[in-house]
Write a protein that binds this ligand. Structure first.
Ligand SMILES: Cc1ncc(COP(=O)(O)O)c(C=O)c1O
Length: 392
């Protein structure tokens, strides 16, 4: 039976189709033919290229951002009894990993203008048990890394950044990836740089990078490439009970090509962003704020807040868009409103009002480095008809 090469019913405007070109396909095919599929020379090359791109002294390639976050917490010495201050407006992985190391996430509210963790709220959430700050560059908009660095240093805690959305981001003139003790990137299928699944940890700490390499591969003192290399020795020591978090060469081959095309794809994202900004300017929705001077926004997610003035509830508008072939998403339902976090920590509605407002009203519109202008124009036209036309 023939394997279909496309989804059986592709939406007219998909949410975040990956921007994969012939370069990526050729790189993966030649890796398949190379005889080395898992962690090897292409992973090493991708790590070097990513370190050079960000300016970080060390980059460790992993199989997800979740893995990078987990290893960053462990490398920073976070464990049972400790607290980590983070935002409730994030993907569950950000807080789940804090629980994986036996620590407790302490949420602090966002700045409503940026949807990023507010430094003042983070400061107010610090207790004598706090060991790390974990801000998230929401949607690709960089957090004020200088403010978080000052706060972390003043309180003697680690700064770990969740940069899942922020490969290209720059904060106050400094590249994200160089501003924290540990920075964690995602290369998941919808991300600006994708390897299907994948992630990267960057750090200036040589010890931290060495720890992440060992803890991320079973706690073994040497990786397979070193063991099976022509000059290699088959022996290794297990020095800790580690995890299986390594990236494959198949992924790194794709990542190298994706990294090379990052600027071109960001330009496409910028073009879509402008179409949305201009086309939605007079609608009663809240659009993303302008980018602060000295910052680069990675344009990962274009989010609108559906205000009551639109005459629509958020979920009804999502359904109406879907019925017209436009796939959208929600980033994010605030973590303190999820059943696990409510049951475990007793959170109730009203504790983080700014995050709740986004959680209740946000829609992420289609956006991708592979998206033509015509798709964005169709999204604008459909939204305009729904919000202005159908009420008339
Ligand atoms: C803010 C944030 N953090 C972490 C992650 C986890 O990334 P990964 O799927 O690479 O583990 C995601 C994934 O979408 C995310 O959006």
């Amino acid at each position: 039976m023939a394997v279909p090469t496309r989804l059986p019913v592709a939406p007219a405007v998909p949410f975040a189709p990956p921007a994969i070109g012939q370069d990526e396909i050729d790189a993966v095919v030649s890796t398949l033919a190379s005889g080395w599929l898992s962690t090897g020379p292409r992973v090493q090359e991708f790590e070097r290229a990513f370190a050079a791109y960000t300016g970080a002294p060390h980059a460790v390639a992993l199989n997800s951002c979740t893995a990078a976050l987990h290893l960053a917490l462990l490398a920073a010495g976070i464990g049972p009894g400790d607290e980590v201050v983070t935002t409730p407006l994030t993907f569950c992985a950000t807080a789940n990993v804090v629980l994986h190391v036996g620590a407790t996430p302490r949420f602090a509210d966002i700045d409503p203008a940026t949807a990023n963790l507010a430094p003042a709220a983070a400061e107010a959430a610090i207790t004598e048990r706090t060991r790390a700050l974990l801000p998230v560059h929401y949607a690709g908009r960089p957090v004020d890394t200088a403010a978080f660095r000052r706060l972390a240093d003043a309180r003697g805690v680690a700064l770990i950044e969740d940069a899942a959305h922020a490969v290209e981001s720059v904060s106050g003139g400094r590249k994200v990836g160089t501003t924290a003790d540990y920075t964690c990137f995602s290369f998941y299928a919808t991300k600006n740089l994708t390897t299907g699944e994948g992630g990267m940890l960057t750090t200036a700490s040589e010890d931290g990078a060495r720890f992440a390499r060992i803890a991320g591969l079973h706690g073994m003192s040497r990786d397979a490439w070193a063991r099976y290399d022509r000059a290699g020795s088959p022996h290794y020591d297990v020095v800790m009970p580690g995890f299986k978090y390594n990236m494959m060469d198949l992924q790194a081959a794709m990542g190298l090509r994706q990294l090379a095309g990052l600027a071109r794809r960001l330009a496409r994202r910028e073009a879509i962003w402008r179409i949305y900004d201009e086309g939605l300017a007079d609608l009663p929705v809240t659009r993303p704020a302008p980018v602060a001077a000295g910052d680069v926004h990675a344009r990962h997610l274009y989010t609108v807040l559906v205000t009551p003035d639109t005459g629509w509830s958020r979920d009804a508008l999502i359904a109406a868009l879907a019925a017209r072939g436009i796939t959208t998403s929600v980033h994010f339902r605030a973590l303190h409103l999820h059943p696990f976090y409510q049951a475990r920590f007793g959170f109730v509605r009203g504790e983080f009002p700014a995050a709740e407002r986004v959680s209740d009203t946000v829609i992420s519109l289609p956006l991708s480095g592979a998206m033509p202008d015509a798709d964005a124009e169709r999204v604008v036209e459909t939204l305009r008809q729904l919000v202005l036309g159908e009420r008339a």
